[in-house]
Every structure is written in C-alpha cells, then in structure tokens.
Write a protein that binds this ligand. Structure first.
Ligand code: SIN
Length: 465
C-alpha cells in the first residue's frame, strides 16, 4: 500500500479540486538521486541511436495524447485551451529535435603540435541532472530540459512546480511507456520546493541543475551551488520592452504587442512588460491598442472561445493590483481595465502616462497589464529599454532596416524580435543575459548544457623518429 502523503491541485479558474499529487520529501529526493546515479552508466553506454529511438517514441506518445494533456494543463495552470494545445506541440517538438541532435554530439580532432601525439576533444554526458520547472509552461519547460539531458546520456530528476504537477506526471507516464527506464526519468511532485532544491545542490552526485523561474530563486541556487560547484542553467525573469518607432507599421505593432503582452494572460518570462512608443504616433497607437485589447475575451480557459484566463494565484492577483495602484498613485491613467473581476481574474488593462521611475517599469508584471510610455529619439528608446537589471527578450517595430539592425545590436538582451513578437521556436537559442539567466535552451546549442568536454592526448606514437 502506498502511504505517501499527497497535496491538492486546484483550478485557478474556479478553485475546484483537479486531483491529488504525491508530496515527495527531501528523503525521497536523496533516494531518487541514488537511483539516478546508479542508472547513469547503463544509460550513457547506450548508443545515441538507441536513446534517439526512445525519445522519438516518447514524442509520438505525447502527440497521441495531445487533447487529454491539454485539458489537464489548462485546468491546473489556467491556460486557455488553444495555448495548451499549442504548448503540447511546442513541448513535443523539443523531444523530436533532441532525438535528432542525440546523433550529432560530435567531438573534435585537434591538429597536433607534435608528431608523436594525437589530440581529441570528446563530449560526454554530465551526469545526474535535476530539472526544476515552472507552472507557466507545465510541459514545454520540462521537455526543453529533459530531452537534451536524456539525449546526451544523463538521467534526470524533475521537480515540477507545486501548482502544475499533473501534466508532469502524465509526461512521466508516457516517457516510461515509451521505454525510457524508470530510474533514468523520475518526477518528484512536492510542496517542499526549497527543501528539495537544497538536497539537489548539497548532493555531489547531482552534477547539473537546470532551473526556470524567478531571478530571486535563481540567485539562491547560485549561492547553494558553491558547495560542489554544481553546474547551473538558469532561465529567469524578464522585463521585456517593445519599441514602436514612428516609421513602424502601427497595425502590425499593435497586433504584435497584443500577442506578446497577453500570451498566457501576461504570465510568461518573455511577455511584453513595457511598451515604448514614439511621441509622434503615441496617441494613434494608444487608440488602436486599446480598441484591440477591448476585444480580448477573458473567462474560463476550458471555453474554446476564451483568449485569456485567470491569474495563477491570489498572490499573483494582489501583485498586479499593487503595481497598478502604485502607478495610478504616481499619476498614470487607466485607459482600459484596471480592475479585478472576481476570483483570480484581472481585466486586460492599458495604462498610459506611465513613467520609468514607477514600480511597474522595474518589476516583472506577470499579468495582463500593458503600461505605455512615450519616447522622443532612438537613443532615448534604447537607453530606456536597457535601463533594467533584466536581459531576456526585447522587441522593436520599424520599417527602416538600418534602424532595425542598429537597435537590435544595441539592445542588451539575449533575444530580440524585429517586427515579430512571438519568436520562441525549438530551433533557436532561448535564454537571457544580465539577471535573466545563464545558458541557452533549445536549438543546436541546447545540448551543450548536458555535455562535458574531455581532452584526450594519445601519445607515444613514435612516428617522429
Ligand atoms: C518562458 O516564459 O519561460 C518560456 C516562454 C517560451 O518558451 O516561449
């Protein structure tokens, strides 16, 4: 009989109980590390082709269960159904991509400086990986870490967010059904997040921790990683600006800003946080943008016609309310919304006359509020955009190609969208600079985080005589 404690998972949309999830402890984490560490030699010894086949089978099962996974994700994360289905596709694509990349973990033959030696750079799996993943992408942030780790030959332990354990458990079941060994792929759902994080970083057998979440927690992990110099990949917070220049296609800029602001109700790290519009098109932009935001249908995410759902928690709701109240107290004006609408819902909101010294300009909003600022010159726009400790994603709209390149190069961000605001794809490197993180995920660079380079010097060849 399984006597493990459980915890309840509730719908952010209604508060209804979705299901119970196992509540793993620090002791369970240590046992999981033991199992993963013991499984490492056999897993890394399989050929890349064998690992690729298992990943491909997992990918196919994920897509075959697209609808039930999307329903669970939508219920536990409050993500609207169209975005939940999109996330299943997006997440599965990482598995497919890294199944292919598994066969391409090439090393190097280095031209030798002496005739009796040959020099090689080999790439080998890092070892046991702990993946700590967020609630806003309950599936894709798991596959973006786990697929390259498994492809590289690393066993993984996944600690999903407390809010969204059910999607993670579904994925685990499919991974095992696909043939990925149980000790190579383990999921620890829990409410004891800090305790499990501490176990991962205090156990020298965990060689790598990959984390997506807040900058504050990321900094704690960096401090804890000092004990064993555990390798870290960190995908942290953002404060994304969008710059709309006077030569931009304003309709395209409005569409792009709406898409990048209100994706998952403003709750992604790459959501637009600050909207800077040239003063000459400022009023026209506000009119069109406000009209577009007014059309957004908010409601229960299970309703297929709904475009934005609830916020993830009451705490998130209070944060959004606090940021808007602070801005309004400082002189900002609410052009649309600006109110909580019951439960964990907040109306899609447009704030104007916002200034850079307000809290909303400095903190990640993580909610459906678009603060609009005016600028006069290109140099001022760049300076305002870069005036943050974050550096994840930035966007700009202009029809002047020279300006597009100039500004993209001047923006201190890991990712820049030019006349495009939904740029994430499995084939491109995702990640930030400054306090937005360390490392890149996805793309051909995504395997690097799970591979060590080993230099091998083969001497005594005696061909120099
Ligand atoms: C994130 O917000 O952390 C991920 C967003 C994405 O992959 O598009």
């Amino acid at each position: 009989m399984n006597t493990r404690a459980t915890f309840a998972v509730h719908e952010p949309a209604t508060g209804a109980l979705v299901d119970m999830a196992p509540n793993h402890t620090a002791q369970d984490a240590t046992q999981a590390i033991e199992r993963a560490h013991a499984a490492w030699p056999a897993w890394r010894s399989r050929t890349a082709g064998e690992r690729a086949k298992l990943l491909r089978a997992w990918h196919d099962l994920i897509l075959a269960h697209r609808e039930p996974i999307a329903v669970i994700m939508s219920r536990e994360a409050g993500k609207v159904m169209s975005e939940s289905r999109g996330e299943v596709d997006y997440g599965a694509a990482f598995v497919e991509w890294f199944a292919e990349e598994a066969r391409r973990t090439y090393g190097d033959v280095i031209p030798s400086p002496s005739p009796d030696r040959r020099l090689f750079a080999l790439r080998q799996s890092v070892g046991v990986v702990a993946a700590i993943t967020p609630w806003n992408f309950p599936l894709a942030m798991i596959t973006r870490k786990v697929a390259p780790a498994l492809a590289a030959g690393c066993p993984v332990i996944i600690k999903p967010a407390t809010e969204t354990p059910l999607t993670a458990l579904y994925l685990e079941r499919l991974a095992h059904e696909a043939g990925i060994p149980a000790d190579v792929y383990q999921t620890l759902t829990t409410t004891a997040n800090a305790e499990l994080g501490a176990v991962f970083l205090s156990d020298a057998r965990v060689r790598k921790v990959s984390f997506t979440g807040s900058t504050a927690v990321g900094k704690q992990l960096v401090a804890q990683s000092a004990q064993h110099l555990t390798k870290l990949s960190l995908e942290l917070g953002g404060n994304a600006p969008i710059l709309v220049f006077e030569d931009a296609d304003i309709d395209a800029a409005v569409r792009g800003t709406v898409a990048a602001k209100f994706r998952h109700n403003g709750q992604t790290c790459v959501c637009v946080n600050r909207v800077y519009v040239h003063e000459s098109v400022h009023e026209a932009f506000i009119d069109k943008f406000t009209a577009a935001v007014q059309q957004i249908r908010s409601g229960n995410p299970s309703d297929d016609t709904v475009q934005v759902g609830p916020l993830i928690s009451e705490r998130a709701l209070h944060k959004v309310e606090g940021l808007v109240a602070d801005a309004v107290a400082g002189g900002a004006r609410i052009a649309l919304g600006g109110v909580a609408t019951g439960g964990q819902y907040y109306a899609p909101t447009v704030l104007v006359d916002v200034r850079s010294d307000m809290r909303i300009a400095k903190e990640e909003v993580f909610g459906p509020v678009a603060p609009i600022y005016a600028f006069r010159t290109e140099a001022e726009a760049i300076a305002l955009a870069n005036d943050t400790s974050y550096g994840l994603a930035a966007y700009l709209y202009s029809s002047n190609q020279a300006r597009c390149w100039r500004v993209a190069e001047a923006l201190e961000y890991g990712m820049v969208g030019i006349n495009e605001s939904l740029m994430a794809t499995v084939v491109a490197p995702f990640g930030g600079i400054k306090e937005s993180g360390i490392g890149r995920e996805g793309s051909r660079y995504g395997m690097d985080a799970y591979l060590e380079m080993k230099y091998v010097c083969l001497g005594g060849l005696g061909w120099g005589d």
